[in-house]
Design a protein. Structure first.
Length: 132
Protein backbone atom coordinates (compact mmCIF):
# COMPACT_ATOMS: atom_id res chain seq x y z
CA UNK A 1 0.00 0.00 0.00
CA UNK A 2 1.34 3.43 -0.92
CA UNK A 3 1.68 6.23 1.61
CA UNK A 4 -0.13 8.68 -0.67
CA UNK A 5 -3.59 7.82 -2.03
CA UNK A 6 -3.66 7.76 -5.82
CA UNK A 7 -6.32 10.49 -6.22
CA UNK A 8 -4.25 12.76 -3.94
CA UNK A 9 -1.14 12.06 -6.02
CA UNK A 10 -2.96 12.86 -9.26
CA UNK A 11 -4.47 16.02 -7.75
CA UNK A 12 -1.03 17.14 -6.49
CA UNK A 13 0.47 16.62 -9.93
CA UNK A 14 -2.28 18.54 -11.71
CA UNK A 15 -2.13 21.33 -9.10
CA UNK A 16 1.65 21.55 -9.55
CA UNK A 17 1.16 21.99 -13.29
CA UNK A 18 -1.35 24.81 -12.75
CA UNK A 19 0.83 26.56 -10.14
CA UNK A 20 3.86 26.24 -12.40
CA UNK A 21 2.00 27.82 -15.32
CA UNK A 22 0.86 30.72 -13.13
CA UNK A 23 4.41 31.34 -11.87
CA UNK A 24 5.83 31.18 -15.38
CA UNK A 25 3.15 33.44 -16.86
CA UNK A 26 3.82 36.05 -14.19
CA UNK A 27 7.54 35.78 -14.91
CA UNK A 28 6.86 36.71 -18.52
CA UNK A 29 6.15 40.24 -17.25
CA UNK A 30 9.88 40.64 -16.55
CA UNK A 31 10.74 40.17 -20.22
CA UNK A 32 10.86 42.81 -22.92
CA UNK A 33 8.74 42.44 -26.02
CA UNK A 34 11.81 41.34 -27.97
CA UNK A 35 12.71 38.69 -25.36
CA UNK A 36 9.14 37.38 -25.41
CA UNK A 37 9.30 37.07 -29.18
CA UNK A 38 12.59 35.16 -29.04
CA UNK A 39 11.16 32.89 -26.35
CA UNK A 40 8.04 32.09 -28.38
CA UNK A 41 10.12 31.37 -31.48
CA UNK A 42 12.56 29.15 -29.61
CA UNK A 43 9.82 26.97 -28.12
CA UNK A 44 7.06 27.11 -30.74
CA UNK A 45 7.23 23.43 -31.64
CA UNK A 46 7.86 22.23 -28.12
CA UNK A 47 4.62 23.40 -26.47
CA UNK A 48 2.40 20.80 -28.09
CA UNK A 49 5.03 18.08 -27.66
CA UNK A 50 5.26 18.86 -23.93
CA UNK A 51 1.60 17.91 -23.43
CA UNK A 52 2.26 14.33 -24.58
CA UNK A 53 3.85 13.12 -21.32
CA UNK A 54 1.06 14.72 -19.26
CA UNK A 55 -1.54 12.92 -21.35
CA UNK A 56 0.41 9.66 -21.10
CA UNK A 57 0.64 9.91 -17.31
CA UNK A 58 -3.08 10.59 -17.02
CA UNK A 59 -3.89 7.69 -19.36
CA UNK A 60 -1.65 5.35 -17.38
CA UNK A 61 -3.40 6.38 -14.17
CA UNK A 62 -6.79 5.37 -15.56
CA UNK A 63 -5.45 2.14 -17.06
CA UNK A 64 -3.94 1.12 -13.74
CA UNK A 65 -7.25 1.67 -11.97
CA UNK A 66 -8.70 -1.20 -13.99
CA UNK A 67 -5.91 -3.82 -14.01
CA UNK A 68 -4.61 -6.31 -11.48
CA UNK A 69 -1.68 -5.59 -9.14
CA UNK A 70 0.87 -7.65 -11.13
CA UNK A 71 0.07 -5.81 -14.36
CA UNK A 72 0.23 -2.50 -12.53
CA UNK A 73 3.67 -3.31 -11.11
CA UNK A 74 4.90 -4.35 -14.56
CA UNK A 75 3.59 -1.13 -16.14
CA UNK A 76 5.20 0.94 -13.40
CA UNK A 77 8.54 -0.86 -13.76
CA UNK A 78 8.60 0.08 -17.44
CA UNK A 79 6.89 3.45 -17.38
CA UNK A 80 8.36 5.24 -14.36
CA UNK A 81 12.02 5.03 -15.45
CA UNK A 82 11.02 6.00 -19.00
CA UNK A 83 9.03 8.98 -17.73
CA UNK A 84 11.87 10.14 -15.50
CA UNK A 85 14.43 9.84 -18.30
CA UNK A 86 12.13 11.75 -20.64
CA UNK A 87 11.51 14.49 -18.06
CA UNK A 88 15.22 14.90 -17.38
CA UNK A 89 16.08 14.99 -21.09
CA UNK A 90 13.42 17.64 -21.69
CA UNK A 91 14.74 19.76 -18.82
CA UNK A 92 18.31 19.59 -20.14
CA UNK A 93 17.13 20.59 -23.61
CA UNK A 94 14.99 23.45 -22.31
CA UNK A 95 17.74 24.70 -20.00
CA UNK A 96 20.20 24.83 -22.90
CA UNK A 97 17.76 26.76 -25.08
CA UNK A 98 17.03 29.26 -22.32
CA UNK A 99 20.72 29.85 -21.65
CA UNK A 100 21.31 30.54 -25.34
CA UNK A 101 18.50 33.11 -25.36
CA UNK A 102 20.14 35.09 -22.51
CA UNK A 103 16.83 36.07 -20.95
CA UNK A 104 16.27 38.21 -17.85
CA UNK A 105 17.57 36.44 -14.69
CA UNK A 106 14.23 36.93 -12.88
CA UNK A 107 12.49 35.01 -15.65
CA UNK A 108 15.05 32.19 -15.54
CA UNK A 109 14.64 31.96 -11.76
CA UNK A 110 10.84 31.84 -11.98
CA UNK A 111 11.03 29.28 -14.76
CA UNK A 112 13.28 27.08 -12.60
CA UNK A 113 10.82 27.39 -9.69
CA UNK A 114 7.95 26.42 -11.98
CA UNK A 115 9.78 23.38 -13.32
CA UNK A 116 10.79 22.29 -9.81
CA UNK A 117 7.13 22.55 -8.77
CA UNK A 118 6.04 20.27 -11.62
CA UNK A 119 8.80 17.76 -10.90
CA UNK A 120 7.79 17.76 -7.23
CA UNK A 121 4.18 17.10 -8.24
CA UNK A 122 5.33 14.30 -10.53
CA UNK A 123 7.31 12.71 -7.70
CA UNK A 124 4.26 12.85 -5.39
CA UNK A 125 2.16 11.30 -8.14
CA UNK A 126 4.70 8.53 -8.75
CA UNK A 127 4.88 7.80 -5.04
CA UNK A 128 1.10 7.46 -4.98
CA UNK A 129 1.37 4.76 -7.63
CA UNK A 130 4.13 2.88 -5.84
CA UNK A 131 2.20 0.56 -3.58
CA UNK A 132 -0.48 -0.83 -5.85
Amino acid sequence: MSLIPQPVGMAAFLAAIVVSRIVQERALRTLTTEEKGRLVEAFAGLRLFALVPVAAIAALYFVMLSVDALTTRTLLAIYLPAALIFALAMQVMIHRRLRRLELHPAYLRAYAIGRATVIGGLVVFMLSLGGG
